[in-house]
Design a protein around this ligand. Structure first.
Ligand SMILES: *[C@@H]1O[C@H](CO)[C@@H](O)[C@H](O)[C@H]1NC(C)=O
Length: 218
């Protein structure tokens, strides 16, 4: 009996130790401010005094209406909760996204470095897919009421193959999932990625590089 108790205490302590790890980054990087005169240490943003919390800090209407799907050449828009429109989400490890996709539009291949994503289809017909690290593609056709899981950090896309604009809602496992679109992260970086790298990586000519930069607004 005493042994079992000791074992339980040991296991509880081991579990606690296992949890004493660095927090997941909430930013792309965090450059050490060794000259910080305020003694303020953060991974993200400071908090207000909890005594000043209001119920309204935990509500947002940001997802009530669609974003502009014409603001990019792909025909989609994603509206995301953030500490700006939902201050109460800070440190809660969650975000909710409203995804609007025009007929024939796509959320082009992209990855969220800090989050898994689960998507629920409200309206429309979507072809979705992700690529695992062995380069296998997993696709499914989704109808209203269907849900699809995108594993953390893997490249994925959504494509509206229906005849009406599509609406989907995604839950993401970070308050700041981050998004890197494969095409933009290569052809529209600032400063520009060297042409030689793009030519080699995509096996294309310098003219192709210029054309793709121009088409993508880079
Ligand atoms: C989404 O729409 C908003 C305006 O509603 C716009 O500011 C933003 O640039 C759009 N995002 C994309 C990725 O086009």
């Amino acid at each position: 009996m005493g042994c079992r108790l000791l074992l339980l205490i040991f296991l509880a302590m081991a579990t606690r130790r296992a949890k004493c790890s660095d927090p997941d980054p909430l930013q792309d990087f965090c450059i050490a401010d060794t000259a910080n005169p305020y003694g303020l240490f953060l991974n993200g943003q400071p908090c207000i005094n909890p005594a000043r919390a209001e119920p309204s800090h935990f509500k947002t209407s940001a997802l009530a209406s669609p974003g502009n799907t014409r603001a990019n050449p792909f025909g989609f828009n994603v509206t995301l909760t953030s500490t700006k429109n939902l201050p109460g989400c800070h440190t809660q490890s969650l975000a909710l996204a409203r995804i609007d996709i025009d007929v024939g539009g796509t959320v082009p291949p992209h990855a969220h470095p800090r989050a898994s994503e689960v998507t629920f289809i409200v309206r429309g017909v979507l072809l979705v897919g992700f690529v695992d690290t062995s380069n296998r593609l997993y696709t499914q056709q989704l109808l209203p009421g269907d849900t699809f899981m995108f594993p953390r950090a893997l490249v994925h896309f959504l494509y509206n193959i229906g005849s009406t604009p599509a609406l989907a809602i995604s839950g993401l496992s970070s308050q700041n999932p981050g998004a890197q679109l494969s095409s933009l992260a290569t052809f529209t970086t600032k400063p520009a990625m060297p042409d030689e790298v793009l030519k080699k990586a995509f096996q294309i000519t310098g003219q192709d590089v210029q054309r793709m930069r121009k088409n993508l607004g880079g």
